[in-house]
Design a protein around this ligand. Structure first.
Ligand code: OGA
Ligand code: NI
Length: 355
């Protein structure tokens, strides 16, 4: 008989057992079906070089981003937006430091890590496990630290202070990640024919959250998920992954592995950009699978509207051929709905269709 979990965190459980506990076993019809995944190193996922984004060839890069974001091209009918970018401007040392301190944090003794534990999704800084243990029936093979990080000075003093370099290293990464998110949002605005500042302005005062995801090795990866299929609720996600595969995106009904490319970041469009672009750019359905050999660390930066920002597309994106796809809503309204709904492949956006 598989064991049950007595402790909130996963990480120490792994060493103790060769079996996935029942709390983490998915029903047969809802397992990853690893044999049917397309593992051919990122088949068709665009890799965009951002080196020339801020020079005379900006237009070419903006157009490449626009093409990657456009979801209804002939060969890309069901393609949702996931790209990898290189020469993104975040210094290699900052990226390495972030991954290093993340690993150090999750290797701290459990008692030390538990000082940050909370299962309340409303808390700005917390360590937790799975997705939302308060609402879900089956847990996921993930522990995670979630940090609000913009404005940095409002939150950094509440971040973990162990490892001692944590605040400085993660603060530097968060600041760099924000600068990149802003550059991408400007390019995305331009690719839609809008003012460069459009998307950032539409997001009000803005917010930035970070997750540090820790997926320990899993004795039976075919029975569970790191994270089941979902779309990110925010505007844009910048995902840093260590060298271990696990992320998959859905394309034409098939799961495709987004294997890590050295020095690249994965950029996912989230639900708010789908709404702000009036459905021109679609948020990407993605999931995480685990493996029995190695732990995996990923660090998504979720760039978000501020809670009171009213999400509605630019007038230029609404016309007779493109009627308003969603009723205007505040990001707070959306976010509450998202956490209550639990992770599922059905888009939370459907709840905001007009009429
Ligand atoms: C997420 C997510 C992907 C990954 O945290 O929302 O999709 O590779 N993470 O960990
Ligand atoms: Ni996600």
């Amino acid at each position: 008989m598989a064991p049950t979990i007595a402790k909130p965190l996963l990480s120490d459980l792994v060493a103790q057992t060769g079996q996935v506990p029942l709390s983490h076993v998915r029903p047969v019809e809802d397992r990853p079906d690893l044999a049917s995944v397309d593992n051919e190193s990122g088949a068709g996922i665009p890799l965009i070089d951002l080196r020339k984004l801020d020079g005379p060839e900006r237009r070419t890069v903006v157009e490449a981003i626009g093409r990657a974001c456009e979801s209804d091209g002939f060969f890309m009918r069901e393609w949702r937006v996931c790209v990898q970018v290189t020469n993104h401007g975040i210094p290699a040392g900052v990226v390495e430091g972030m991954l290093h301190v993340a690993r150090e944090f999750f290797h701290l003794p459990e008692a030390e890590r538990l000082k940050c534990y909370s299962d309340d999704p409303k808390k700005a800084i917390r360590l937790s496990t799975s997705f939302n243990v308060r609402t879900e029936k089956v847990s996921n093979w993930r522990d995670f630290l979630r940090l609000h990080c913009y404005p940095l000075q409002s939150f950094v003093d509440q971040w973990p202070s162990n490892p001692p370099s944590f605040r400085q290293v993660v603060g530097t990464y968060a600041t760099e990640a924000r600068a990149l998110a802003l550059r991408l949002l400007e390019a995305i605005s331009e690719s839609l024919g809008l003012e460069r500042s459009h998307m950032v302005t539409a997001m009000g005062r803005q917010a930035q959250h970070m997750a540090v995801n820790y997926y320990p090795p899993c004795p039976q990866p075919e029975l569970t998920y790191g994270l089941p299929g979902h779309k990110d609720p925010n505007a844009i996600t910048l995902l840093l992954q260590d060298g271990v595969s696990g992320l998959q995106v859905q394309r034409n009904g098939r799961w495709v592995a987004v294997n890590p490319v050295p020095d690249a970041l994965v950029i996912n469009i989230g639900d708010q950009l789908q709404a702000l672009s009036n459905d021109r750019y679609k948020s990407v359905l993605h999931r995480v699978i685990v493996n029995s050999e190695s732990e995996r660390i990923s660090v998504p930066t979720f760039y978000c509207p501020s809670p009171d920002a009213v999400i509605a597309p630019a007038d230029a994106l609404v016309d007779d051929g493109h009627p308003l796809a969603y009723r205007p809503f505040t990001y707070q309204e959306y976010y509450d709905e998202f956490w209550n709904m639990g992770l599922q492949s059905a888009s939370c956006l459907d709840r905001f269709r007009p009429g």
